[in-house]
Design a protein around this ligand. Structure first.
Ligand code: PLP
Length: 367
């Protein structure tokens, strides 16, 4: 079987080595005579896997002692509600920086819970850039400041994070967690759906500073950080298969040499594709402004709708998967998360160059 060259935005490519290991252990995990899905979530075997996932993430991201890692359900989308429900206290305001559709959605849910404000936005420029940290109207009294570190749909990424002082910085890192080195101590909460850089869908990682976890009986148990924290994220039945795969992806990340090594490869992967865009004499046009470009989602358009249609048809026929832009903005998008090999990015870059040459030759012939 030939493996697809998978540029899906999420769920996305998983490391082949992870899939192979899961295949090898499929019928018998930890010598239990069972598959991981058949283990009790209260068993010693599963608890070992669960704790290993948490511990490995702590190591990889160098998460300080005063933080907890929670493994929750409901996707990053549920965090849009859980964050304000748990940490937006009465009389306080939650501040949001709008950098794309996901931050808009996060804000929409927070508005249902309490007072909010937009303190910076690139909406007027169709989210082509990340606002400068100095342009954020910081409010020292805010309950928190929320950002989306990588904008999956528009292909922009924060390079420098705002220094928020006593205000907890909350980041949706769904599409770039573990793709580069991050100083976790700058954040109050980091959250991410697993289905891009961490594993399959069905699990959401929440890294939260311990002082932000407070008891509040009014919050339903399943939405309550304190309840999940007290139960080591085993309050109810967790998605055991997803947690197992998460643990394998984290082991794989360690084997790659950790986050810094992964970041180096990611930069090389992104450069391979951006170089083609930059050297195409405007044939390919990147959506994101240069300094806000994402290393995870490369978004671009072609000169005409017809050229774009042709490109998407031919790229698919050539065996590349998932190059269509998000349905809300169209265009093209290559999602190049950690598990997408450099060779696939280089092959896509070569395809883009070949397509441009052939398209332009045909144009010159017909005019
Ligand atoms: C940045 C970002 N935030 C949130 C979400 C929503 O995640 P979920 O589907 O896990 O709720 C996505 C999904 O693609 C995303 O890219």
């Amino acid at each position: 079987m030939k493996r697809a060259r998978n540029f899906n935005a999420g769920p996305a490519a998983l490391p082949l080595e992870v899939l192979q290991r899961a295949q090898n252990e499929w019928l018998n995990i930890e010598d239990s005579g069972m598959s991981v899905m058949e283990l009790s979530h209260r068993s010693a075997e599963f608890e070992k896997i669960h704790n290993h996932a948490i511990q490995t993430l702590k190591e990889l991201m160098e998460i300080p002692e005063n933080y907890e890692v929670l493994l929750l359900q409901g996707g990053a989308s549920l965090q849009f509600s859980m964050i304000p429900m748990n940490i937006l206290k009465d009389g306080k305001r939650a501040d949001y920086v709008l950098t794309g559709s996901w931050s808009e959605k996060a804000l929409k849910e927070a508005k249902k819970v309490g007072e909010t404000a937009v303190v910076a936005s690139s909406k007027d420029d169709t989210y082509t850039y990340i606002p400068k940290v100095t342009d954020i109207e910081m409010n020292e009294d805010a309950a928190y400041l929320h950002i989306t570190s990588n904008n999956t749909i528009y292909g922009t990424q924060w390079n420098e994070f705002p220094a928020t002082g006593n205000v907890p910085l909350v980041a949706d890192m769904s599409s770039d967690i573990l793709s580069r080195k991050i100083d976790v101590s700058k954040f109050g909460i980091i959250y991410a759906g697993a289905q891009k850089n961490l594993g399959p869908s069905g699990i959401t990682v929440v890294i939260i500073r311990k002082d932000l976890i407070t008891d509040n009986d009014k919050i339903p148990s399943m939405l309550n950080y304190s309840i999940h924290s007290k139960n080591n994220s085993l309050y109810n039945t967790p998605p055991t298969l997803a947690i197992y795969l998460l643990s394998l992806v984290l082991d794989w990340a360690k084997e790659q040499g950790g986050v810094e090594k992964i970041a180096e490869i990611n930069a090389e992967k992104a450069k391979a594709i951006y170089d083609i865009i930059d050297n195409s004499n405007g044939f390919y046009k990147g959506h994101a402004l240069y300094e806000s470009r994402s290393h995870m989602n490369v978004t671009f358009t072609l000169p005409t709708e017809e050229a774009e249609k042709q490109f998407l048809k031919e790229v698919k026929e050539a065996g590349f998967v998932g190059l269509n832009g998000h349905r809300s903005i169209g265009g093209c998008r290559a999602s190049i998360y950690n598990a997408v090999p450099l060779s696939h990015c280089q092959e896509l870059a070569a395809f883009m160059k070949k397509f441009q040459d052939a398209y332009m030759a045909k144009e010159t012939q017909t005019h």
